[in-house]
Design a protein around this ligand. Structure first.
Ligand code: ATP
Ligand code: MG
Length: 351
């Protein structure tokens, strides 16, 4: 056990972040692509392209984001028809390749003595967790899954009296930390996050410019650079193609409205999560609301949520994690390293 490497992974629908006890870390989009035809294959000189390279070469590739929109993580196989099962199989194979590639980025290969703790959505079904464990076990000899917001809280040492909100691409996880390992009733998963903001922005643009052409990647980049709830941003430019011609639009108002669309669902998720607690416990949780995940970077979100919660409950203190890219993986790694070795042995025996 002495030479075991511990690994923390945040397996997100948009990005996968991974860290090891040897100090290595990497992040990649949770994406794989395969050449669309022989020309693409000749150009790319490979059958499988991962992450940023896949996004860059997207016109030459069939792109697969196996975890997008909560797919795979949530859908039990018995409700799928034959076509959907084929799609699910392809997504699972793609996920295996991505996970193996992510491990390889930090030097963990098949056969490495490695124990991995993997962050998954707070209320992922047990079938989904089993799938992720099976996928990771092809590389690591011991694998455990943990809810994403719990991993964040563990990494920050905020296991008591805090409310962690992990705003990802496909889901937003809300978790009340009250000094115990959070059972399902202490957690909420909303099936909306950054992807839903991108979709709302596209819808708002099309409502005004029905023939405008722009890629989902351009909209996401625009949101990541300029997305904000702050008042007074009056100019955000986006170049779209209308009737074949590039046109520069000012989309400041649409972008703000799209970002705003996340606030009420997150507020409602928080009120649902708090509704099972007495007022004293609610107060304690509200004094330490922590935003994590890529969506926490949206300008002004902490202030807007804080005021919304203060209006409703009378008090609230909302802050953002310093490093939304790695906070989940760092917490999962800390948990992996502090897990007693007999726990890992039990996991291996059970596998
Ligand atoms: N500066 C930013 N402003 C607004 N949104 C951002 C910013 N940076 C990243 N995002 C958004 O955060 C989301 C990705 O967050 P994250 O990497 O935590 O997701 P994930 O863990 O892969 O997804 P999930 O937790 O749903 O599986 C994307 O929608 C991305 O566009
Ligand atoms: Mg996430």
């Amino acid at each position: 056990m002495a030479s075991q490497i511990n690994v923390g992974m945040d397996l997100g629908s948009y990005k996968t972040a991974v860290m090891t006890s040897e100090g290595r870390r990497a992040v990649m989009p949770t994406v794989v692509g395969h050449p669309k035809d022989g020309i693409a294959r000749r150009l790319l000189k490979t059958d499988t392209v991962f992450g940023d390279a896949a996004i860059y070469n997207r016109h030459s590739l069939e792109i697969i984001r196996p975890l997008a929109f909560g797919r795979l993580k949530f859908v039990p196989s018995d409700v799928l028809d034959t076509h959907e099962q084929d799609v699910a199989r392809i997504q699972l194979e793609s996920l295996e390749k991505i996970v193996e590639h992510a491990f390889s980025l930090v030097g963990v290969q098949r056969g490495t003595a490695a124990a991995a703790m993997i962050g998954v959505p707070a209320v992922a079904s047990s079938e989904s967790k089993d799938l992720i464990v099976q996928v990771a076990e092809k590389v690591c000899h011991s694998v455990m899954v943990v809810s994403e917001p719990f991993a964040v809280a563990y990494g920050l040492d905020c296991l008591h009296n805090s409310l962690v909100i992990d705003i990802g691409a496909g889901t937003t996880d809300i978790c009340a930390l009250t000094g115990v390992f959070p059972p399902p009733e202490h957690q909420q998963t909303l099936t909306m996050g950054g992807d839903a903001i991108d979709a709302e922005l596209f819808k708002l643009l099309l409502a005004q410019y029905p023939t405008a052409i722009c890629s989902p990647e351009m909209l996401r980049n625009l949101k990541e650079r300029h997305g904000s709830l702050a008042e007074g941003i009056s100019q955000v430019e986006l170049t779209v193609v209308i009737e074949g011609k590039p046109i520069i639009l000012n989309v400041a108002q649409q972008l703000r409205q799209a970002c705003q669309s996340l606030v009420e669902p997150v507020f409602n998720g928080i009120t649902k999560c708090l509704s099972i607690w007495d007022s004293e416990t609610q107060d304690r949780l509200l004094r330490n609301v922590i935003l994590a995940g890529g969506g926490s970077r949206m300008g002004g979100l902490d202030g807007v949520l804080e005021r919304r919660l203060q209006d409703y409950y009378g008090l609230a203190r909302v802050s953002c994690v310093d490093d939304p890219v790695f906070s989940g993986a760092a917490g999962a790694l800390k948990l992996a390293m502090e897990m007693p070795s007999e726990h890992w042995t039990m996991v291996r025996k059970a596998a």
